[in-house]
Design a protein around this ligand. Structure first.
Ligand code: ADP
Ligand code: ZN
Length: 213
């Protein structure tokens, strides 16, 4: 049996942080659609050029672009034993496509739940390493040396889309286009809700209880 963990939830709920920790502990590769897109933006690939205006304004990148990107990624053999998915699927259309590529018996969807005001506050304190993408929080997960990544020494920056106006936009987009997936996966009986406002340790232990992998 494959182990596929899908992390679902609003921006800032902790999908990226939780995903990268579990990926190491479980030795399962992590697929982050946001990271792949940002990588493409940086390298100015064809996908990057098409996606830039959406990512920077907090809109979703059109389904065709993201689906092609994910399908290509999933064709890599390293995902044969399973994987953790952060940021995909994000629309019903994407979920239907994902259904065709996977067996729902292999999937557990973790819905990380958190309120808007909490998320806006948390994202304003988020910093990421410009070089390796590691995620920090100025209060809860600060780097050892201010402004510098513990792992690679890269510079810590604030993502353009973590500015408050863009965050509000992303939350609206989430509610309109992504939140319907909660019902979609509930009906398939593979949705598990976890409180995303908890500290990291509690959130992780909740997820481990649910998955028992
Ligand atoms: P967050 O989950 O905190 O919003 P991500 O890094 O997952 O941040 O995504 C950043 C941006 O990348 C999104 O606002 C969107 O523009 C784009 N993106 C990521 N994943 C998808 C997806 N599955 N479909 C469409 N756009 C996406
Ligand atoms: Zn780094």
């Amino acid at each position: 049996m494959k182990k596929i963990l899908v992390l679902l939830g609003p921006p800032g709920a902790g999908k990226g942080t939780v995903g990268s920790i579990l990926s190491k502990e479980w030795e399962l590769p992590l697929i982050s659609s946001g990271d792949i897109l940002r990588e493409n933006l940086k390298k100015e690939t064809e996908i990057g050029i098409k996606a830039k205006k959406y990512v920077e304004s907090g809109e979703l990148v059109p389904d065709e672009i993201v689906m092609e990107m994910i399908e290509k990624e999933l064709s890599n053999f390293i995902y044969n034993a399973g994987f953790i998915m952060d940021g995909f699927p994000r629309t019903i259309e994407q979920a239907k496509m994902f259904d065709k590529l996977t067996d729902s018996n292999d999937i557990k969807v973790i819905y990380l739940k958190a309120d808007d005001d909490f998320l806006v506050k948390r994202l304003s304190l988020r910093r990421v390493c410009e070089n390796c993408g590691k995620i920090y929080h100025l209060v809860n997960i600060p780097p050892v040396k201010e402004g510098i990544c513990d792992v690679c020494g890269g510079k810590l920056i604030q993502r353009v889309d973590d500015r408050e106006d863009v965050v509000r936009r992303r939350l609206k987009v989430y509610k309109e286009q992504t939140a319907p997936l909660i019902k979609y996966y509930k009906e398939k009986n593979i949705l598990f809700m976890v409180n995303g406002e908890e500290n990291l340790k509690n959130t992780l232990s909740e997820i481990k209880k649910i998955t028992e992998w």
